[in-house]
Design a protein around this ligand. Structure first.
Ligand SMILES: NC(=O)C1=CN([C@@H]2O[C@H](COP(=O)(O)OP(=O)(O)OC[C@H]3O[C@@H](n4cnc5c(N)ncnc54)[C@H](O)[C@@H]3O)[C@@H](O)[C@H]2O)C=CC1
Ligand SMILES: O=C(O)CCC(=O)C(=O)O
Length: 425
């Protein structure tokens, strides 16, 4: 009997968690972390696998596999997005959860790290099916989530609407309206101004800070951006507004190049009118997606998926600066090659932390029952991003390590110190 046609989850990818641990280990050694703290910090607190039945539009019931991994709650309630993707797998969610722990520590916000995922392809599902799936997943995790326990948010394949369903389902089951249980909500449901663009804005702020250190003038600089979803499109738009010429863009449908620069607002309008993809975009030449990463630009922004910069292409990268909008876009081996080439990398746990920073502001506003202006949100987020950049830069000078290892050092040091003070685990 034929069951359901969907690509099987890819289980044989290189382990993203091991890749995360390779960096963790270097930083732990620099810090001289003791064995007890090392073991506590590396081990995810909780890994939950759920199987949720959902009635599809054709009346059949299909079972979806979902995950929620809480890596750490030492700094506070765990925080992290929910990913909807056909190939999401537990080890990947484990790595993403750990990156959330380090990210929150790098930008000094009072959260631990978590991440969720559901093996599904939202592009092939109706809005009703996605709603029922989101509600079923939330219902199965109602005792894990909570404004003081574990607070989800958007990630790849999810956005404000899914977060609204999470908030509503959780609130119904608790019998009270719980805005602060999830962030990245629509504005009318207690979302924060500035959250949608926050991750891309943080990428732009990080890029500007790094360009300043490198003596690069944004007005004469060029860039290529991989991924044209929430993070990539906002990063491209805001960098272009600072004068950077975006020569290349890509999404899952292909890569697009224009020597004179791509008009980002026009590309966003095209994407939104064409099912969320750039396929068929006329005002640029279609190029090989792999070539985008090694193209002749000053700044490269990977803002799509993990492991796109690998030992296969790292040696050919021509950019002088890489700003990681995506989580984990650079493999461990590629990272070494890039460092040897003298390319500056603003690592994911710093560069894309603008999103969780404004999520924190959303949670604070929900708890205060008060709304901040966009100006206030942006000013505070920008200040946090700049200060965090300087903190990591100073650590990289102090320990003579890359920005990535410096970010891990800053993060691990903070979590380890908090663990020591709390004690009694
Ligand atoms: N949304 C957020 O606030 C945050 C997202 N991130 C990370 O940023 C990355 C992107 O997330 P979002 O923009 O939210 O997702 P999204 O779902 O809005 O967009 C993903 C984009 O990547 C493209 N894409 C997928 N596979 C690709 C491939 N192989 N090559 C080129 N493009 C490809 C898609 O077509 C789409 O344009 C992920 O790594 C996510 O974990 C990190 C921090 C916060
Ligand atoms: O906004 C948040 O709470 C988390 C966003 C996220 O999943 C990430 O930074 O990778």
């Amino acid at each position: 009997m034929k069951l359901y046609e969907e690509p099987a989850p890819i289980k044989d990818k290189a382990s993203p968690f091991e890749s995360m641990m390779s960096h963790f280990n270097i930083a732990a050694e620099v810090l001289g972390l003791d064995e007890e703290t090392y073991n506590v910090l590396k081990s995810p607190t909780r890994q939950v696998i759920v199987n949720v039945p959902v009635t599809m539009d054709d009346g059949k019931v299909r079972v979806f596999e979902g995950f929620r991994v809480i890596h750490s709650n030492i700094l506070g309630p765990s925080k992290g997005g929910i990913r909807y993707a056909p190939d999401v797998f537990l080890d990947e969610v484990k790595a993403l959860a750990a990156w959330m722990t380090w990210k929150c520590a790098v930008v000094d916000i009072p959260y631990g790290g978590a991440k969720g995922g559901i093996v599904c392809n939202p592009r092939t599902m109706s809005s009703g099916e996605i709603e029922r799936l989101t509600r079923a997943y939330t219902a199965s995790l109602v005792d894990i989530f909570g404004p003081d326990r574990d607070i989800p948010a958007p990630d790849m394949g999810t956005g404000p609407h899914e977060m609204a369903w999470v908030m509503d389902e959780y609130s119904k089951r608790k019998g009270s309206t719980e805005h602060a249980v999830v962030t990245g909500k629509p504005l009318v449901l207690g979302g924060s101004l500035g959250r949608v663009e926050a991750t891309g804005r943080g990428v732009m702020v990080s890029a500007m800070a790094a360009m300043d250190k490198l003596g690069m003038n944004p007005v004469t600089a060029t860039a290529a951006v991989q991924g044209f979803g929430n993070v990539g499109a906002w990063a491209a738009k805001l960098m272009a507004e600072r004068g950077v010429k975006i020569l290349g863009l890509s999404d899952v449908s292909g890569a697009y190049w224009n020597d004179n620069g791509i008009n980002i607002d026009e590309a966003i309008a095209y994407r939104d009118a064409h099912g969320g993809r750039l396929k068929g975009y006329q005002n640029a030449e279609e190029i090989d997606s792999e070539d985008l990463l090694t193209s002749k630009v000053d700044v490269l922004v990977p803002a799509a998926v993990e492991d796109v910069i690998t030992s296969r292409n790292a040696d050919n990268i021509q950019a002088k600066l890489i700003v990681e909008g995506a989580n984990g876009p650079t493999s461990y081996r590629a990272d070494k090659i890039i460092n040897d080439k003298g390319i500056m990398v603003v690592p994911d746990i710093l560069a894309n932390a603008g999103g969780v920073t404004v999520s924190y502001f959303e949670w604070v506003q929900n708890r205060m029952g008060f709304k901040w202006t966009l100006e206030r949100v942006n000013q505070r987020a920008e200040r946090i991003m700049k200060e965090s950049y300087e903190r990591v830069y100073a650590a990289s000078e102090k320990y003579n390590v890359s920005m990535r290892i410096a970010a891990y050092i800053v993060a691990i040091d903070k979590v380890a110190m908090t663990y020591k003070y709390r004690g009694g685990f």
